[in-house]
Design a protein around this ligand. Structure first.
Ligand code: NAD
Ligand code: UGA
Length: 448
């Protein structure tokens, strides 16, 4: 058992802290947000993440997980200090490191023995060295310490499973001994541990997120070409993904990537390159395609209803940037709704968990308590987030209650032919043939 101090109890901090506690460590999580800590101490989660509440409760009850606002208390007997504070974009698109700086200064102020500082936040290449400089300059007599970069690759909505079953753990440090100690902590996860230098580890994180975003932008570009040429992107992606070199993941065409990470990280990587006078053409194309993709629902609604959308009732199914989370940071729904409102449409929406957060960001949207309520009297329905409950909606009931049966399937969850059979004017993303293919492989090896 190791003692871990964890700084920042957001998506990454709270999940990693609860998981490290579940692996048998003692974790003290510290946050500057007093209300967050008070709530956690009363068993209330600050975020929606499947399985998190139960995991936190179990480990708090077992005396392995504590929450505090005191750095002193958290660092007093710590072996490792994990930094998991936010690194949002600043106005120029670079990573805003103010929270990392604050955390480093607070660590410097209270540390009283050797510590291994492990950075889990996504930070520009060179930040690990910068953190060490901050501590040295704030506290020249600080006890010895090492900095290890250990970027986090979990996804919201499946964060606990991702943390517990990672594809790899990347550890970067100039001190191999320190990196090996952090590696020990991760041994129960039984995964590939890659040890490298600090800057390379920091870059692995940005390069990975940028590659995944590029894969999605690529398939969205192909989707737009499919629409023009009469091919079905779902089947194209399936066919592409059978090639092991390409793989089937992150090839779902849709309304583009959003969330708290891809948008800011792709932009931050481009900014890092530009500061060094490099020209990240591909990264810019990846971002441009993503921006355009958010206009796709409006274009499709206009194709069915005409360009005058004044007082048209448009229903939105799903607001969160992806299913199984209430995170609204850079959610495609925000741009899609604002585009519709600019055209004079009246927007109503439903999301199983994100409506409260969404209401703070979106003016003039009527939030309703079910998909069926949103469909009632609507001129068009746009599926933005592919929550499971939308996949099994009673489409006949939906069709009957709408004023005009226009169905825009922003995540390709419905069968286009079925939707058309129900009488919908249906448009998915990149479904030129609107799903006339079989979608199923013929397995010749099985003797056909
Ligand atoms: P978040 O905004 O959900 O949480 C950050 C927390 O840090 C907040 O609770 C905030 O109050 C706290 N905080 C800020 N300054 C602090 C300080 N000085 N001391 C103590 N607490 C402080 O952020 P997040 O989504 O968990 O992201 C954290 C980092 O992890 C980011 O760099 C992000 O890019 C990266 N990341 C996020 C995800 C994800 O799915 N959200 C996945 C991988 C990596
Ligand atoms: C992403 C990465 O997947 C994680 O590995 C990483 O740790 C995290 O960013 C981060 O650095 O914070 P996350 O943003 O939680 O995780 O969610 P994803 O599942 O990656 O989805 C991101 C966006 O891409 C969503 O808007 C989703 O709808 C979209 N997406 C995803 C697609 O449009 N198509 C796909 O095939 C996959």
């Amino acid at each position: 058992m190791k003692n871990i101090a964890l700084i920042g109890v957001g998506y990454v901090g709270l999940v990693s802290g609860a998981c490290f506690a579940d692996l048998g460590n003692k974790v003290t999580a510290v946050d500057i947000n007093e209300q967050r800590i008070d709530n956690l101490n009363q068993g209330r989660m600050p975020i929606f993440e499947p399985g998190l509440e139960e995991l936190v409760r179990r480990n708090v009850n077992a005396g392995r997980l504590y929450f505090t606002t005191s750095y002193e208390e958290a660092l007093n007997d710590a072996d490792f200090v994990f930094i998991a504070v936010g690194t949002p974009s600043d106005v120029d698109g670079q990573a805003d490191l103010r929270y990392v700086r604050m955390a480093a200064e607070s660590i410097a102020d209270v540390m009283n023995h050797y510590l291994i500082l492990v950075n889990k936040s996504t930070v520009p290449v060179g930040t690990g060295d910068w953190v060490a400089e901050i501590i040295h300059s704030r506290r020249p007599d600080a006890p010895d310490f090492d900095v290890v970069s250990c970027p986090e690759f979990l996804r919201e909505g499946s964060a606990i499973a991702d943390f517990m079953n990672p594809d790899r753990v990347i550890l970067g440090s100039i001190n191999r001994d320190a990196a090996e100690k952090v590696a020990q902590l991760h041994l129960p996860l039984r995964t590939t541990l890659m040890l490298t230098d600090l800057r390379t580890a920091e870059m692995v994180k940005y390069a990975s997120n940028a590659f995944l975003a590029a894969k999605i932008s690529f398939i969205n570009e192909i989707a737009n070409i499919c629409e023009a040429l009469g091919a079905d992107v779902k089947e194209v992606a399936y066919g592409m993904g059978l090639d092991k070199r390409i793989g089937p993941y992150f090839l779902d065409a849709g309304l583009g990537w959003g969330g708290s990470c891809f948008p800011k990280d792709v932009q931050a990587l481009a900014s890092m390159a530009e500061v060094e006078s490099r020209h990240p053409h591909l990264l810019h194309a990846v971002m441009d395609i993503n921006r355009d993709q958010r206009h796709s629902p409006l274009r499709k609604v206009e194709a069915f209803l005409g360009r005058d959308l004044r007082d048209r009732k448009i229903g939105i199914l799903g607001l969160a940037f992806k299913p199984n989370t209430d995170d609204m940071r850079d959610a495609p729904s925000i741009d899609i709704i604002r585009n519709l409102q600019r055209k004079g449409a009246r927007v109503r929406a439903y999301d199983p968990v994100a409506m409260q957060r969404a209401a703070k960001l979106l003016n003039g949207v009527e939030m309703l308590d079910s998909a069926y309520a949103v469909a009632e009297g609507a001129d068009a329905l746009i599926l933005v987030t592919e929550w499971n409950e939308f996949k099994n909606l009673d489409l006949a009931r939906i069709k009957r209650s709408m004023a005009h049966p226009v169905l825009i399937d922003g995540r390709n969850v419905w069968d286009p032919l079925k939707a058309q059979e129900f009488g919908f004017k249906y448009a998915g993303i990149g479904r030129g043939y609107e799903g006339r293919g079989s979608g199923h492989p013929l397995d010749l090896a099985e003797g056909l």
